[in-house]
Unconditional design. Structure first.
Length: 263
């Protein structure tokens, strides 16, 4: 072998080594990319292919996620992100909430319906999932609860405080200018007139009717079994048809995976 042939062989080796190094670098970068994608789903994921969205606290409209409140926009954003993620096959809503405003529930329901067009949505109830928290649960493909989960509480309440006697004792006077006789009916410096009580009851009844109609459209339950707004234990809720199965979060995740595979 002459000098020129030797130099050609060495050049080919250098090119092969360089090419191998580039391929190795690309594989490493691809690995980091996959890890990065998985890490994006980690805050939601109860398992690699199941997203767990937690709804904990009183549900209100907006972006709240602390202080005992959880916002519909915050929850809805998580649900939609999981729905649009191709790596996620099903969504589990882990609910621990005593309820919230009807509006917040209705906003979250829209996001649940969006998600259900793409993949299964399963509910796992924690210690409590009552009132508006049950409202959103009714729109899931399947509901799990523990035997002693508190659910039900299906009703609407509007609380008015009357501190007029306290104001009188402390010599606090109130003067106001208002545009309509009912404009100040929610203030505590006076009690309600009978006309205002009747008006408030009309609003509560209308909200309740919508509440029960929406739930009944999703669950095979009778109005008479729930319209007293009582709390219902998970075991009894199973008998009444409010929940589908007794189990914890891991059971709900396993159930969500089974539904996803069947689709």
């Amino acid at each position: 072998m002459n000098y020129i042939e030797l130099q050609i062989i060495k050049a080919k080796r250098r090119r092969l080594i360089k090419k191998g190094a580039i391929i190795l670098l690309l594989l490493i970068l691809a690995g980091f990319a996959v890890i990065g994608i998985l890490s994006l789903t980690k805050p939601l994921a109860g398992d690699i292919d199941i997203a767990v969205v937690r709804i904990e606290g009183t549900m209100v409209s907006g972006l709240a996620q602390s202080g005992g409140y959880v916002g519909s926009e915050y929850v809805g954003g998580q649900i939609r992100r999981a729905a649009d993620d191709p790596l996620i096959r099903a969504i589990v809503l882990r609910i621990d909430s005593g309820g919230g405003t009807p509006t917040a529930a209705q906003e979250i329901i829209r996001d649940i319906l969006y998600a259900r067009e793409k993949k299964p949505v399963v509910v796992s109830m924690g210690s409590i999932a009552t009132s508006a928290a049950y409202y959103i649960s009714a729109y899931a493909d399947r509901i799990y609860s523990s035997p002693d989960t508190f659910t039900g509480g299906i009703g609407v309440i509007w609380v008015f405080f009357d501190r007029s006697e306290q104001f009188d004792r402390e010599g606090i006077g109130v003067e106001l200018v208002k545009s309509g006789e009912k404009k100040d009916m929610t203030h505590s410096y006076r009690n309600l007139s009978q006309d205002e009580v009747d008006f408030a009851q009309e609003l509560v009844d209308a909200s309740l009717n919508r509440f029960i109609e929406d739930i009944s459209s999703q669950r095979n339950i009778t109005r008479g079994s729930i319209d007293d707004a009582r709390l219902i234990r998970g075991e009894d809720a199973l008998t009444l048809g409010l929940v589908d199965e007794l189990g914890n979060l891991q059971d709900a995740i396993a159930g969500a995976r089974v539904i996803a595979r069947a689709r």
